[in-house]
Design a binder for this molecule. Structure first.
Ligand code: PMV
Length: 324
């Protein structure tokens, strides 16, 4: 059977940085994100016993480098005795540049693969399978504002994920400013390990995360934009401080990243409800109330070094597109 699914990247406002269980890929901290709408990855999976091994195509090209992670994810989801699969991935935004393409890819993959194997696990099981491949992917199974929490299950750490506010309940616009298109110098996974081992700020990062989550959760519940803006920017800058203080330092920003942050600061000074966040890459994501989206997009587009901008509302999380 053949199944297709679509998923969108998510942008963390309270970030995941660090793993408590590297083998099981369990995050060291909880996180809170928003799921996007118009950026997406479509995955089609078909199992075929006649194949010798899995085959992966990314935007029509063979994708050897990503294949081991995809194979591993399918083995985790369905067991290593499963049939080999042909996997086709279509992504409508730059890959591996700090735009969470792994989140949308693995979220779409687990939905498509489980249905192609004639299985229908619940959403949390799918989120856990996606999260084993990429910690942030667990959040892309859900829509709107999403919280990932750490829990204990049968004496072992595990994740629990839920949508804390549906995508239409508090409309937001996210403007992504693309400042570079190449692949990032260090993978987030390697950078996290380096931070945990060498950053003098890592322990403090872990210690304060629950407090940041609590503030963000309340801001979402109260629809308090300025409280959400303040805690999101603080948490983002704190995560990058942990990275910068690692040895060797991990710096994902470029000149245009800083210029975009200045643009957002200038808009804020003019009373525009907007804030920035930046992940493991040089792109800047500006989150604003929908009425201000055009103004924010124009200001970012005119910022020195910005190559392009993309805009998105909030979306509903991974879903099945069809089966044949
Ligand atoms: O899911 P990963 O392994 O690509 O790590 C994502 C880490 C950040 O994007 C920087 C933060 C986050 O919570 O998404």
């Amino acid at each position: 059977m053949r199944a297709s699914a679509v998923a969108q990247p998510n942008i963390a406002l309270i970030k995941y940085w660090g793993k408590q269980d590297v083998a099981g890929n369990i995050p060291a901290v909880g996180s809170l994100s928003i799921t996007l709408d118009s950026l997406e990855t479509r995955m089609t999976v078909e199992f075929d016993d006649r194949l010798g091994a899995d085959e992966l195509q990314l935007n029509g090209e063979p994708a050897e480098r990503m294949l081991p992670r995809v194979t591993h994810c399918l083995d985790n989801l369905l067991g290593a005795k499963r049939s080999p699969a042909v996997i086709e991935s279509i992504c409508n935004f730059p890959i591996a540049a700090g735009l969470a393409s792994s989140a949308s890819s693995f979220a779409a993959l687990v939905v498509a693969a489980s249905r192609a194997a004639d299985k229908q696990p619940d959403t949390l099981s799918l989120a856990r399978a996606a999260g084993q491949a990429s910690g942030s992917a667990a959040r892309s199974l859900y829509g709107g504002f999403v919280e990932l929490q750490l829990i204990e299950e049968e004496g072992s750490p595990a994740i629990a994920v839920e949508s804390i506010l549906q995508e239409n309940a508090w409309p937001m616009q996210v403007i992504v400013a693309i400042t570079a298109t190449g692949e990032k110098p260090v993978s987030s996974s390697d950078a996290m390990k380096l931070s945990a081992k060498t950053s003098p700020f890592y322990a403090s990062w872990l210690e304060h995360q629950d407090h940041d989550l609590e503030i963000a959760r309340s801001a979402v519940a109260d629809r308090d934009f300025s409280a959400l803006a303040a805690i999101s920017e603080h948490n983002c800058l704190k995560m990058h401080s942990v990275m910068w203080a690692s040895r060797p330092p991990v710096v994902y920003w470029n000149k245009a990243t800083l210029a975009c942050m200045e643009t957002v600061r200038r808009l804020q000074a003019d009373g525009v409800p907007v804030f920035f966040t930046i992940d493991a890459g040089p792109q800047v994501k500006a989150v604003c109330l929908p009425d201000f989206a055009d103004q924010v997009r124009k200001a970012l587009q005119e910022t020195d070094g910005v190559i392009d901008t993309m805009a998105s509302t909030l979306g509903g999380g991974a879903r099945l597109l069809g089966m044949s």
